[in-house]
Design a protein around this ligand. Structure first.
Ligand SMILES: Nc1ncnc2c1ncn2[C@@H]1O[C@H](COP(=O)(O)OP(=O)(O)OP(=O)(O)O)[C@@H](O)[C@H]1O
Ligand SMILES: [Mg+2]
Length: 413
């Protein structure tokens, strides 16, 4: 047998590995993603189970074999959901596909990600989120008015319901503020100018209170100001370099939102999800018959404790909820979604309809087990067990040829 294989005889995957080693690249470095074509297909080892003949088998999640890249993880507290997410996240990063994690609890950490800690104190992070950043592709297609309306609805959801009057007052002030910053819908050469921040909006409201705003009485302006004052002065939204979509994707960013209050968490999460969705839409649809998983998947988004986003404010079933928009549309733009929460009722009907792959961790209460069992072709008894150790569960998808029982692998610390 020949001891050494010549480089010319290596296949493209082996050559890619050699180059990755030579350049000392690791998942999470932007250059690593350049090799993603050679690292396909995406296959992530889930753990050990038993096949129909009771022989031990290692199961894998192969998103390329599923109808879409949506995966829902449910299970009681301590059943192993977050550990499962870490496994998926590390696997996706290893294949060179960008993965962005929205982390409400601050514990979804895995190799190959870059953490950005968002804090509500000055000097907390060198990065921030500015919902008022202009994405030219969106303005070209939808107009600045639609962008402002979207931000008004988003802020209204984040802080709790704002009355129609308050929302139109906010719309008016936002429109004026963009104009003061020299940004005008009719002139695309102005779209690249420095955008206002939320601090400029509260300033606009307080100036408006003093000098008056036509068509709005002082009470509306001041109630609008007091609803928004707190969120708009959060350093996360006004300081630091605003995170751009390109950085989020290139560095597999984990946004640690655990130090933010609920309204700020919601605003960050919705803003980032929309940025990703718009970026996907801007790139256009993936091919009808993708050649490899690199054509099928441009990025994955992972959200643990998704309840914060779905139940935080308003109804999870609302059609304008970003998660519902994404669940119904983002497959065709090459975006995968990995969502985890303790109960399946934390997700809307739209999300359930579009989720093809599920992982149900054991240790559910009987009511929950009844609902989950129905989705997975199980009986509730399968999912109820107070003695089950963490990590035991059922995976259901095309990758495993239906529902299988397994013990999930745990990433080494
Ligand atoms: N696959 C596994 N194998 C062995 N132990 C595991 C496994 N998954 C989780 N555990 C253990 O169980 C603990 C709880 O797991 P994890 O934090 O993932 O639960 P969770 O479902 O996210 O809980 P919560 O809903 O409270 O956030 C872990 O700290 C770990 O020690
Ligand atoms: Mg958890």
């Amino acid at each position: 047998m020949r001891k050494h294989q010549k480089v010319a005889e290596l296949n493209s995957r082996q050559r890619a590995w050699l180059e990755i080693e030579r350049r000392k690249l690791r998942p999470g470095m932007p250059e690593y993603q350049e090799f993603r074509r050679e690292l396909m297909p995406i296959e992530i080892e889930l753990g050990m189970g038993f096949d129909a003949q009771e022989s031990p088998i290692i199961y894998k999640w192969k998103p390329g074999q599923e109808a879409n890249g949506f995966l829902m993880v449910t299970g009681g507290s301590g059943s192993g959901k977050t550990e499962a997410l870490k496994l998926f996240g590390a696997g996706i990063a290893e294949h060179g596909i960008p993965i962005i994690t929205i982390d409400f609890h601050g514990d979804v950490t895995f190799p190959g990600q870059t953490t950005v800690r968002l804090r509500a104190v000055s000097g907390g992070s060198e990065f921030g989120i500015n919902p008022l950043v202009i994405e030219p592709a969106y303005i070209r297609q939808m107009g600045l008015g639609a962008k402002i309306q979207r931000e008004v609805s988003r802020m209204s959801r984040a802080v709790g319901c704002m009355s129609e009057q308050q929302q139109s007052c906010l719309y008016h002030v936002m429109e004026q503020t963009y104009r003061q910053f020299g940004i005008r819908e009719e002139d695309d050469s102005t779209w690249g100018r420095k955008p206002p921040t939320l601090a400029d909006i509260v300033q606009g409201l307080s100036d408006g209170y003093r000098s008056g705003i036509e068509a709005f009485d002082k009470r509306t302006i001041s109630s609008c100001w007091s609803k928004l004052r707190r969120i708009c002065s959060n350093p996360v939204f006004i300081r630091g370099e605003p995170l751009r979509i390109h950085d989020l994707l290139a560095w597999n960013v984990r946004l640690d939102c655990s130090r933010l209050d609920l309204p700020s968490q919601l605003l960050v999460a919705e803003t980032v999800l929309e940025m990703l969705f718009e970026a996907g839409r801007g790139e256009g649809e993936i091919p009808v018959k993708p050649e490899t998983d690199a054509d099928r998947y441009r990025a994955f988004i992972m959200i643990d404790e998704a309840r914060v986003l779905t139940m935080g404010r308003g109804s999870p079933d609302a059609s304008e909820h970003i998660l519902n928009i994404m669940a119904s549309q983002c497959r065709k733009f090459g975006i995968g979604l990995i969502l985890a929460s303790q109960m399946c009722s934390h997700f809307s009907r739209e999300v359930h309809t579009n989720i093809n792959t599920r992982l149900a961790m054991k240790r559910m209460d009987p009511d929950e087990a009844k609902k989950v069992a129905m989705h997975m072709g199980l009986v509730p008894r399968d999912l109820i067990s107070s003695e089950s150790p963490p990590g035991l569960g059922y995976f259901c998808g095309a990758s495993t040829g239906g529902t299988v029982r397994l013990r999930l692998r745990q990433l080494a610390d």
